[in-house]
Design a protein around this ligand. Sequence first.
Ligand SMILES: NC(=O)c1ccc[n+]([C@@H]2O[C@H](COP(=O)([O-])OP(=O)(O)OC[C@H]3O[C@@H](n4cnc5c(N)ncnc54)[C@H](O)[C@@H]3O)[C@@H](O)[C@H]2O)c1
Length: 365
Amino acid sequence: MSKPLKIGLVGTGSIAHAHLPAFKQFPGRVQITAVCDIRQQAADRFAELAGTDVVFTDFERMLKEADIDAVDICTVHNQHRHQVIAAAEAGKHILLEKPMGITLDECREMLKATDAAGITYMIAQCLRYLPNSQWVRQRIIEGEFGDIWALRSDNFASMVPPKSKIDTDKSTGPGIWYLDGKQAGGGALISQSTHHIDLFRYYIGDISRVTATSWTDHPFFINGAEESIAATMEFENGAVAQVLSSWASRTPWNHHYWLLGELGSVTSRLMPGSSPAEQYIGPLDVSLPRFDDDKSSRAFVPLDIADTDLPTHLPFVNEILHFADCCQSGAEPLSSGTDNLGTMKAVLGIYESAKTGQPVSLADI
Ligand SMILES: NC(=O)c1ccc[n+]([C@@H]2O[C@H](COP(=O)([O-])OP(=O)(O)OC[C@H]3O[C@@H](n4cnc5c(N)ncnc54)[C@H](O)[C@@H]3O)[C@@H](O)[C@H]2O)c1
């Protein structure tokens, strides 16, 4: 068996804690041997949890000094470009949290640097590593749902108080980077809906054209981050998807999708009171009517997680183990940077369309 992959994790905020179980449960495969965060205390706390005392507050120093084969980048979106390029130049394999970047130029620069370095470059599109998702994709390939003609994605959260309830003269806003277009590259769409957009591409292939409208009049969304957005995506295979995202939705946190095929459908089940993470990975209901049996023709049944080759039911654990396998074997990751350009084109094309009011052909951007 090969030695564990030695990883330097940068950005010890919320998602880093979701990555931690992979390292705890599979120490023979992956180890955190260094930790970095610009916030020293957060880095120290996380390093203790991860079982290392090698801590940095400067990413470039970690690249130079730490004993690492790879980096796991869990930072704010506008830090991704320079961290990916620096890690590639240092010859380290890279696992990068979504979204790859905040402009297409950035994404292309990252791909140029990672290709030139010949390292493994994988985007942590966690939904691809859910047993549910891999089961659905396999059934699509086998034709069980027939031709997929429509998909729908709803991503809602109530991240800000209603505009009428805040005193805009006194309030400076919550100061969350997710609401700042300069740091996040947008609002609800880039941070949340990127997951479903990527999942839909995984299910049925590339997107050719997008059209969108967005709304933002809440003062807490700054530097171009949108409050709400509605988009239509046309796929190369003829299917159409609707995407609705809002961070001022006055709903509980919600991720929900539909996939409609000629012979069957899939819907992700909403679980009242569940955490955001539980909703991402929550159960699916599947309808595969048997037309020789009237009674079952419209029944939804909970998906019985069938045989996938994934090592666990946890997407983050599966994705990190897949990353380690790819680094060690040289295989192309399922969610490689190269593949992910298609997801970023859709996300950033939707923003372009919302800005211009015109459809955007993804071949042109
Ligand atoms: N896969 C998912 O389901 C999922 C869920 C949440 C977030 N994310 C992604 O994970 C990434 C991080 O999000 P988060 O919610 O953990 O954010 P967060 O704010 O909780 O954590 C970000 C951390 O990065 C640190 N940081 C920022 N700039 C840095 C730099 N230059 N060098 C070192 N450290 C730096 C911050 O101090 C902070 O500790 C984002 O790309 C986000 O979109 C993915």
